[in-house]
Design a protein around this ligand. Sequence first.
Ligand code: NAD
Length: 309
Amino acid sequence: MAFATHRIVRTLTSSASRSAAIKRVTVIGGGLMGAGIAQVAATTGHTVVLVDMDEDILKKSIKGIESSLKRVVKKKFADKPEAGEEFVQKVMNNVSMATDAASVVKSSDLVVEAIVENLKVKQGLFSALDKVAPEHTIFASNTSSLPIADIASSTSRLDRFGGLHFFNPVPMMKLVEVIKAPGTSQQTFDSLMDFTKALGKHPVSCKDTPGFIVNRLLVPYMLEAVRLYERGHGSKEDIDVAMKLGAGYPMGPFELLDYVGLDTSKFIIDGWYEKDPDNPLFAPSPILNKLVAEGKLGKKSGEGFYKYK
Ligand SMILES: NC(=O)c1ccc[n+]([C@@H]2O[C@H](COP(=O)([O-])OP(=O)(O)OC[C@H]3O[C@@H](n4cnc5c(N)ncnc54)[C@H](O)[C@@H]3O)[C@@H](O)[C@H]2O)c1
């Protein structure tokens, strides 16, 4: 019994000391994902600096975080509005913004990158930060489709580099895929798992393979639905209804493609096709390519497979 108690205490303290290491977080990219990650980290008591090269985007994101928190508080503190306001203020005090990543990573335990999905741009950012960040600082990318090892290769800290793949909208979605690249040390991986739990999220462990778990299954499924439609096996409306009522999915594949963005989906599938052109699951889709060429990118542009005006 004493041994068991001792073991539990040791486990708790070692886990706590690992998570305690990550207190100060720099989130780079103040867009959709970066703002969500910053919000969740600040809400769970981390000191967060949100970085973007565009100051207007930063201001908009910080405002967006505040509005999102106020919406949460309205429900959670319905009977105690003052406590709710205090909560929002406390969380907002944990977040600041900056346009110069190099100056803020100097006092950061973890850098989470959520910038544009472009390997060269991500490598350029991490290579510059590697030169100024402290030894202990862990780097993580939120990439949806690029190999973590390829991004990490621009730095000299392969052991302190991993993937943290969040889902949209970040404050709502429970899952985070934690990616262990071949160079990621066990200690770094454990710290990332602990950090994810400290955010109140549910982590799953993934290898550094295309699409990790969720997108590797989801993107080929959505593309197969488009092929079914291209072959005339069903209308997009019927395929959506079939998957919702028959498989219990909350959205049909065409609704989901429009929500994710057709350009984003095309970018992912094109990248995989380039690497593995013999895999029929990664074959390009003429209809998807046509819609993207016409600027019909889904919900965000007002039209994709469906119209949203
Ligand atoms: N959108 C999603 O559903 C989703 C889900 C999971 C992962 N991701 C991944 O997250 C990342 C970001 O996606 P997003 O949807 O938030 O994109 P976004 O376009 O909304 O935001 C990207 C932000 O990065 C900024 N930026 C670009 N280069 C920069 C640089 N060098 N330094 C600082 N800021 C820079 C841009 O100004 C922009 O505000 C991508 O890698 C994407 O694949 C996206």
